[in-house]
Design a protein around this ligand. Structure first.
Ligand code: G3I
Ligand code: 9MR
Ligand code: ZN
Length: 573
């Protein structure tokens, strides 16, 4: 717990005092608005340069965080190769407050473009600005301490819109209770067993209305971490998350402790169908090892957040663990015949089992879990398939005095080496993101997850903490518009935000729910005809289309919001 407290303090200090050196010394204009104290909203005295912005064209190739920047944070933009000098200009009156020189040209393999980085971190005065360069300007952006407050809240509020099984009061997206009939339990062959079970509640997974244990576990863990580790936590997170936990508990089989993989209809409904109008038979797909281990981990973790339910949660976790021990070679989950909804298949459950053992060890202190961890394979990953980092972080932050020294060092070494790989990729990409050219379905989840890994590493590595925290922040800038498409990937936030997500309530009501992270560029489209037709042959970072039918680049999902929310919360947004 001491480690956790020092993390919170460290992140708080970081949020309060981040600075960064620009790639080149900025050229400061020869007028009096050059010192920090004179950077105020009132016009600087002396030789003021102004630009009449009315005659200036908006550029599609000056990429910025379209919300803006906090005064003391690192501030970067991406400019086209052919420009060198740039100005920061006050939007209201055209006063030039800063002139800088961009970096040397850098090639970006993901966008197949050569660009330059503009750093204007030294501009700290609150206000609304544009970047001006060679006769063109960027979208306007704000410099203000609270510039991310609303987006952070909206990322969390998304979970309200995803509620299943209750009358939803949510503006135009309100609807009566959905999916409340009992679900038919299927055997592995896809035949109904004749048994039914009440598994109502929880959040819809994504743009579809399925409810799947695997992605639910990572979402719950990330939200609870945000609550535990943020310098300024949102106090209602545990209450919000409880809604999902209650549903997860219903997904456990009382007899064996195993956990059903998912509850869905047999296939996806049409795109304009509101939840209560999806009335096909609900089916429970068979118990799986990844779901059961994930469930054990999540419930053990949750037991420390809900004191009154702690015993019950821990007992559920222990029953699930017993199932895991009794089924060491359980096969990878495959969709039963006739079930065509999301599979979340994964032929390796060792990472999920390790996470469960770590959380159970923290919750109980029992050596049998420690013994399991000591002989287990360590790995990294924060996505739904490769989940090794959940175990590492649980142990590294949670174990304190009970930790085994050698194991602790091994885990720390692995996490830090992953962070250093991410950081190297980050440094090589002028857009400030760490995917290299690996843009697949849900690439924006990887962007946020990499930011989260950097933030965890910054807790454990004092020397790198400021660099890692700045890199994580730059990943947030990417998601909010500082990317090759000048696209904000969060609905409702930014001048050019995603507007047509593959999200059924948004399509049905003709208006996007705000605060949703879309999947993002995806170079292997998996047959999405809209993406294939319109983006084939595009550079990896540009394989995205803001079209309602593009499920492989423009769907939204609970586990794409949760890592961005976690990174935002750790950064003190
Ligand atoms: O990571 C590998 C990469 O190493 C490999 O080289 C590459 C080559 O094809 O594939 C990459 O894997 C991709 C994987 O996502 C990455 O997580 C697969 O191509 C891609 O098909 C797979 O897509 C998943 C998709 O379902 C289809 O199964 C997404 O991760 C997953 O987020 C998405 O989840 C859907 C649910 O099924 C249903 N509900 C909505 C949800 C979001 O779209
Ligand atoms: O709409 C579905 C989306 O919610 C899922 O995540 C996605 C996963 O494969 O599939 C979408 O459904 C498409 C189906 O897979 C193929 N036919 C077109 C469907 C979209 O209209
Ligand atoms: Zn529902």
């Amino acid at each position: 717990m001491k480690k956790v407290l020092s993390l919170v303090l460290m992140l708080f200090l970081f949020a309060a005092c981040t600075t960064n050196t620009p790639p080149e010394e900025p050229v400061i204009l020869n007028y009096e608005a050059t010192s920090e104290s004179s950077q105020t909203e009132s016009a600087p005295a002396g030789n003021i340069e102004t630009i009449n912005l009315n005659n200036v064209e908006l550029s599609g190739s000056i990429h910025i965080n379209q919300l803006g920047y906090r005064p003391n944070d690192m501030k970067r933009a991406v400019l086209p190769q052919n420009v060198n000098a740039f100005r920061i200009v006050r939007f209201s009156d055209g006063v030039v407050v800063y002139e800088g020189t961009a970096s040397e040209p850098m090639y970006c393999p993901a966008s197949e473009e050569t660009v330059r980085i503009a750093d204007f971190s030294t501009v700290t005065a609150s206000g609304e600005y544009v970047i001006y360069t060679s006769g063109e300007r960027s979208y306007p952006f704000i410099i203000d301490e609270n510039v991310y407050t609303d987006v952070r809240r909206a990322l969390l509020d998304f979970f309200h819109y995803q509620k299943c099984g209750v009358d939803l009061d949510a503006g135009v997206w309100s609807h009566p209770a959905c999916h409340i009939t009992e679900a038919y339990i299927l055997n592995t062959g896809g035949e109904e067993t004749g048994e039914t079970k009440d598994v109502s509640g929880g959040w819809h997974d994504a743009g579809d209305y399925g409810r799947y244990i695997v992605p639910s576990a990572m979402t719950v863990a990330q939200l609870l971490w945000a609550y535990e580790l943020s310098p300024n936590p949102d106090v209602d997170v545990p209450e919000i998350v409880w809604f999902k936990i209650e549903w997860m508990l219903k997904m456990q089989d009382e007899a064996t402790g195993g956990v059903y993989h998912k509850v869905t209809c047999k296939r996806f409904p049409a795109l304009n169908v509101m939840p209560e109008r999806e009335t096909g038979l609900l089916v429970l797909s068979p118990i799986s090892a990844t779901s059961t281990a994930n469930f054990a981990a999540t419930m053990a973790m949750a037991s420390r957040f809900y004191p009154e339910q702690s015993d019950m949660l821990l007992a559920a976790a222990e029953r699930a663990w017993e199932w895991c021990i009794a089924n060491p070679n359980a096969p990878s989950f495959r969709n039963p015949r006739g079930v065509l909804t999301g599979e979340y298949g994964d032929n390796n459950s060792n990472d999920e089992r390790l996470w469960a053992a770590c959380e159970l060890f923290i919750a109980t202190g029992e050596e049998r879990y420690h013994d399991y961890i000591k002989t287990a394979d360590l790995s990294v990953g924060l996505g739904w398939q490769r989940m090794g980092t959940y175990g590492l972080v649980a142990y590294l932050l949670g174990e304190g005095d009970n930790a085994d020294d050698e194991l602790y060092q091994n885990m720390k070494g692995l996490l830090l080496s992953e962070a250093s790989i991410i950081y190297q990729k980050y440094q090589a990409d002028p857009h400030g993101v760490s995917l290299d050219t690996d843009y697949y379905w849900g690439s924006n989840m990887l962007v946020s997850n990499n930011a989260v890994t950097l933030l965890f590493a910054s807790i454990l590595d004092d020397d790198a903490k400021e660099d890692y925290a700045n890199a994580a922040l730059d990943h947030m800038h990417y998601l909010l518009g500082k990317n090759a498409l000048s696209q904000s990937y969060v609905t409702g936030f930014g001048s050019k935000a995603a507007q047509n997500p593959h999200h059924r309530p948004s399509v049905a009501m003709g208006q996007a729910v705000p605060g949703m992270v879309v999947g993002g560029p995806n170079k292997v489209t998996r047959g999405d005809p809209t993406l294939d037709t319109n983006r084939s042959g595009f550079p990896p970072a540009k394989c995205y289309i803001d079209h309602k039918d593009s499920y492989a680049s423009n769907e939204t999902a609970i586990y794409w919001n949760s890592p961005m929310y976690l990174a935002a919360a750790l950064l003190g947004f």
